[in-house]
Write a new protein. Structure first.
Length: 649
């Protein structure tokens, strides 16, 4: 029996690792959609495909509301989930969990290939490499810092990009092993690797960092050596084509059109310089959470992190900048003596180069650590094992590893259970980050949704209190009053609904231009139903004040989207002339937006203005936007039908 256990210990351990990675996430499956899930999935009609035809799949693939490359593979996967299982958060999250487990398997294989590169130098046996690879992959799989990339449905984009990135890394490392041993592997290097990188980038743009990870592997572990240890010209050519040339192209684009980058900071509460300073602090937080995760700090929302306004504001900024510089210098300096540790640090920082530097993104999200965490785990665990083994303490590392995996898995299971219920999730987020406007808004909406479904008025004071705290954290937002008005309208409490709509209107012209303001106006649009007719004038006042904001002059297309929402609202309350005027202004402000032109054409057709509808349909066709092809076909059919009726045909 003992012989059998020893013989099958590794495959049994692999199965146990897979089971553990699955089990710890199961408590989170009943949870709801949250935050950006709403825009990308719930309110995205393109992913609710009715068939698996080419047109339907293309529309879904190109329906992302964000990302320069539209993230077609991720959007397509959302559409397939919706087609087979409906808009069920359970199905979306289960798919994410399975992708996460597949990523763990692939990264375990990548870890094995990377450890093989130092096998001779540190006299690692095949058995040691297998167990170390399994340990690294398992630790990564159960780490609580990965949770938001798994249970936050829309971040399948991150997990799917990591899946193809892991395929690219595996292809690259296997190709390099064949190249060094037999001088083969070219098809893996030149065909499979670029294809996998391309698939990763079309899942999410942050995967463009993968060629830089190849460079980290070469710099720390492989040294650009080919067969017999000689420098490989072929490898230099590969990196020149897939890293240097794209990098130079991007640099040239930024230098020639710097306004494109800086203009994107409109609506952010920080400049590019302030973001760079802030990220030094945040990167150290990421490192701390990776090595010693604290459930009191881990959360979906980190919008309570104050930006750095200078090197000493806050005072931790300068020490953080210096710490990052020291860590990078150490990584370069340790390349020969501790290659795995050097690899782990450089991989971590390289993995954050896109999302934690100059791009005008939000300051912090945990899912940005999804792939960077793997290199850090390999570097630290591998280095710790080698250090302990050299002193005859390898068993101590094994014991510490079991304790660490158990603690990480338990922490992830606790977090997953909090994500298993909308109200529990919101309560935990607001408890861990009481100064986060988004966490408090999420809590308010969790109460509202519960009240709307159950009509349990005893929770109204809790919803009001959450809204008050959210307003205190984000005074330039009208979302709190709009959401309470929505709740009171559902409870048929017109006086209180009007009171909050009046408060929203009062603050609308000073509200910060942001996705939150768009969401607030969308909520008003959702409220524009016949049973709320008494509230229509109050709702219109909120729109009017929001569109009068002087801040809107800074972003034409943002303003156009707000005017589009206003036009749809006006259409619902049967003010047709005002709706047409608003949509016309919207199209003029952002003429390249195909959705706005499609909405305008539909409105014109509905009210029989064939001449202007024809103009908009021609303009829509001229845009050549494949996302609008089926919509354009439907509008053209409607136009022809009305034309036949007009001419008696």
């Amino acid at each position: 029996m003992l012989k059998l256990l020893r013989r099958y210990a590794f495959p049994l351990a692999c199965l146990a690792a897979l089971a553990l990675a699955l089990l710890i996430y199961l408590p989170g499956l009943p949870g709801s959609f949250v935050f950006d899930d709403v825009g990308s999935i719930v309110r995205n009609p393109a992913i609710r495909i009715r068939d698996l035809g080419f047109e339907s799949l293309l529309q879904a693939a190109l329906s992302s509301p964000g990302g320069g490359l539209m993230r077609p593979l991720s959007m397509l996967s959302f559409a397939l989930d919706a087609y087979f299982f409906g808009l069920s958060p359970f199905a979306f999250k289960l798919t994410n969990i399975l992708i996460h487990i597949a990523n763990g398997l692939l990264l375990g294989l990548v870890a094995r290939e990377l450890l093989r590169t130092v096998q001779e130098r540190f006299a690692l046996s095949r058995r040691e490499i297998e167990w170390l690879s399994l340990g690294i992959a398992l630790l990564w799989c159960v780490h609580p810092l990965d949770l938001t990339a798994v249970l936050y449905a829309v971040q399948r984009e991150t997990a799917l990009a990591a899946f193809f990135s892991a395929l690219a890394l595996l292809s690259y490392t296997v190709a390099r092993r064949h190249q060094r041993s037999r001088g083969t592997g070219r098809w893996l290097l030149w065909l499979c690797t670029p294809l996998a990188v391309g698939a990763a980038v079309f899942s999410k743009e942050n995967a463009a960092i993968v060629p830089l990870l190849f460079l980290v592997i070469e710099f720390t572990l492989l040294r650009f050596r080919g067969r017999d240890g000689a420098p490989s010209r072929e490898l230099w050519l590969f990196h020149g084509l897939f890293l240097l040339l794209p990098g130079l192209g991007l640099a040239a684009l930024i230098l020639l059109h710097p306004a494109t980058l800086f203009a994107s900071y409109v609506g952010r509460d920080y400049t590019m310089w302030e973001r760079l300073l802030s990220e030094s602090r945040i990167l150290l937080d990421y490192l701390r959470w990776a090595l010693l995760p604290d459930l009191k700090q881990l959360a979906l929302f980190h919008d309570d992190i104050a930006p750095s306004r200078g090197l000493l504001q806050p005072a931790t900024t300068l020490p953080s900048c210096l710490a990052v510089i020291v860590l990078l210098a150490a990584a370069f300096g340790l390349r020969r003596r501790a290659p795995l540790l050097s690899f782990g640090l450089l991989w971590f920082f390289a993995g954050h180069l896109i999302e934690s530097t100059v791009l005008p993104l939000e300051l912090a999200f945990e899912h940005r650590n999804y792939l960077p965490l793997f290199g850090l785990m390999l570097g630290t665990l591998g280095s710790l094992y080698l250090f302990a083994r050299s002193r005859g303490e390898a068993r101590l590392v094994a014991a510490l590893f079991v304790i660490g995996v158990s603690a990480m898995a338990a922490a992830t299971a606790v977090r997953a259970s909090e994500w298993g219920n909308e109200l529990d999730f919101a309560l935990s987020e607001s408890k861990h980050h009481p100064g986060s406007p988004r966490a408090l808004s999420e809590l308010e909406w969790a109460y509202l949704n519960y009240i709307v479904v159950t009509h349990d008025a005893t929770l109204v004071p809790l919803a009001e209190d959450a809204a008050r705290r959210s307003k205190a954290a984000d005074p330039y937002s009208i979302n709190q009053d709009v959401s309470l008005a929505y709740m009171y309208s559902k409870l048929q409490d017109v006086p209180n609904a009007r009171r909050h709509l009046a408060a929203a209107a009062k603050g609308a012209d000073t509200a910060h231009i942001s996705a939150t303001l768009q969401f607030s106006l969308q909520t008003l649009l959702d409220m524009a139903v016949p049973e709320n007719q008494a509230l229509f004038p109050d709702m219109r006042a909120v729109f009017d004040r929001a569109l009068a904001s002087p801040q809107l002059t800074t972003d034409a297309c943002y303003t156009a989207n707000l005017m589009n929402s206003y036009a749809l609202f006006l259409d619902r309350i049967q003010d047709i002339p005002a709706a047409v005027t608003s949509l016309h202004k919207s199209v003029m402000l952002c003429p390249s937006n195909g959705q706005l032109r499609a909405n305008f054409a539909r409105l014109l057709l509905r009210y029989g203005d064939l001449k202007d509808a024809r103009t908009e349909l021609d303009a829509l066709r001229a845009l050549g936007d494949p996302r609008r092809s089926s919509e354009l076909a439907e509008l053209e059919a409607d136009y022809k039908a009305q034309q036949r009726l007009k001419h008696g045909g």
